[in-house]
Design a protein around this ligand. Structure first.
Ligand SMILES: [Zn+2]
Length: 221
């Protein structure tokens, strides 16, 4: 079974991906993993990636396509995969269709996790992280009060930098979350609609407990 999972930040994509992978014994294919694997392999493609990374540039769409094609052709993924975090743009979606046609395989289901923007902002904007132990916690779960001491490790200050231990990551700030949601809506959703022309697409309601969302996914697979 070949699956693609898409969703805005904070919708629970990571959790659901993990559960699908465990249950169906699929190979997880994410762009981050692909880049790391390519570099580690020392192949010509890997050397290209390393050069781009060293120069501080972003990996171009063309190079990413080569990497995806290479990854999807390897032996270990022939029994099924879950593609996560790709495609992010309509151009990448068109490229992916071309690659799959070239290899002669398809996608069994595209899972698009959705949740209202305000719900995602509420979830993410409530998150705080501990600099001392890296635990992530939610102010909502902590009753909405901002604690001075980390409930996990007990630190109130980062031992290394004497800053407060608990802080909100830049990625979780409301303004950043709103921007990432807009990028998802304007670029990634159109990519999903391009794939939908060729493969079955299911919009999944991402609200509720992880187990409820998993059931919704299972009911369409
Ligand atoms: Zn802590």
């Amino acid at each position: 079974m070949n699956l693609v999972i898409m969703g805005p930040p904070g919708v629970g994509k990571g959790t659901q991906s993990h559960l699908i992978l465990e249950k169906r014994k699929l190979i997880h294919i994410s762009t981050g993993d692909i880049l790391r694997m390519a570099i580690r392999s020392g192949s010509d493609l890997g050397k290209k990636v390393q050069a781009v990374m060293n120069s501080g540039d972003l990996v171009s769409d063309d190079l990413m396509m080569e990497l995806i094609k290479d990854r999807l052709s390897q032996d270990d993924v022939q029994n099924g995969w879950l593609l996560d975090g790709f495609p992010r743009t309509p151009k990448q979606a068109e490229g992916l269709v071309e690659i799959l046609d070239g290899i002669g395989i398809g996608i069994d289901a595209i899972l698009v996790l959705r949740a209202p923007a305000e719900e995602i902002i509420r979830r993410l904007a409530g998150r705080i992280t501990c600099r001392a132990c890296n635990e992530v916690m939610n102010l909502i779960g902590l009753g909405g009060v901002s604690p001075v001491f980390c409930p996990f490790c007990g630190e109130s200050k980062d031992p290394k930098r004497s800053k407060p231990a608990l802080y909100q990551r830049a990625d979780d700030k409301e303004e950043t979350v709103r921007h990432r949601l807009e990028v998802f809506r304007k670029k990634t959703l159109p990519a999903a609609w391009i794939l939908e022309d060729r493969y079955p697409l299911h919009e999944i309601d991402g609200n509720g407990r992880p187990g409820e969302v998993t059931q919704r996914i299972e009911s369409v697979l």
